[in-house]
Design a protein around this ligand. Sequence first.
Ligand code: HEM
Length: 223
Amino acid sequence: MSWLSDTLTSTIGRKLVMSLTGLFLIIFLVVHLAGNFQLLADDGGLAFNAYAKFMTSNPIIKTTSYGLYAFILIHIIMSIALVRKNKAARPVGYSEVKGSANSSFSSRNMGILGFIIFVFLVIHLRNFWYEMHWGAIQMDDAGNKDLYKVVSAAFSEWWYVAIYVLCMVGLAFHLSHGFSSAFQTLGVNHSKYTPFIKKLGIAYAILIPFAFALIPIIMFLNS
Ligand code: HEM
C-alpha cells in the first residue's frame, strides 16, 4: 500500500486527489441544482418532497451519497494538508508579491473561498439535510416528509437568503479557478482544448451558483 501513502503525502498526489474529488463535486452540483428546481413548482412542495424521499431511500443514490460525503471530507483534508506543506516549505513569504500581475483573485484565495463554502455547508446540512434525516418533520398530503416546508420557512427570512446569495458568490469564485485547475492537474494541457476548458469553467462558475442563488431569492419573493 506504499503507492497509496506515497500518493497521499506527495504534493502532486494530493493535487490529483483534489482535482478528482473536485470534478465529482462539480457533477454533483449540476444534479443537486436540477433537483432543487422542483422547489419552484407551484404544487405546495409535493414534487420536491417526493423527490427528496426518493433521494434518501433509493439504495443506489444512498450509496452514492456516502461517496459524496467521503469526497467532500477528502477534498477538505487534502486542501489543508497542501496549505500546511506549502507553508512549511516556505515559512517566510515572497519578498515581492505582485498578486494580480500573474495570478487571478480566485487562485490566490482558494483557501478562504473554500472556507466560506465549508461554513455554508455546515449551516446548509444542519438546516436541511439533518432535518430530513433526523428532524421531526410533518408529513405532506402524499404522506412524504414535508421538507419543502422547512426550506420555504428558511427562505422566508431575508438574512438567510442573503447568507445563501453571498456564499454563492464565494462558490462562483472558487469554481472559476477550480474547474480549469482540475483539468490542468490531470495533465489536460493542450493548445486546442485548454482555452475551451477555461471558457467552459467560467460559464459553469457563473451559471451554476447564479441559478442556486436564484432559488432562495424567488422563494423569498413568493413568501
Ligand atoms: C438554493 C440552494 C440550495 C438548496 C435549496 C439546497 C437544498 C438542499 C436540501 C433540501 C437538502 C437535503 C436533501 C436531502 O437530504 O434529501 C440538501 C442537501 C445537500 N446539499 Fe444542498 N441546496 C442548495 C445548495 C447547495 C450547494 C451550493 C451545495 C454545495 C456547495 C449543496 C450541498 C449539499 C449536500 C452535500 C447535501 C447532502 C446531499 C446528500 O445527502 O446526498 N447544496 N440541499
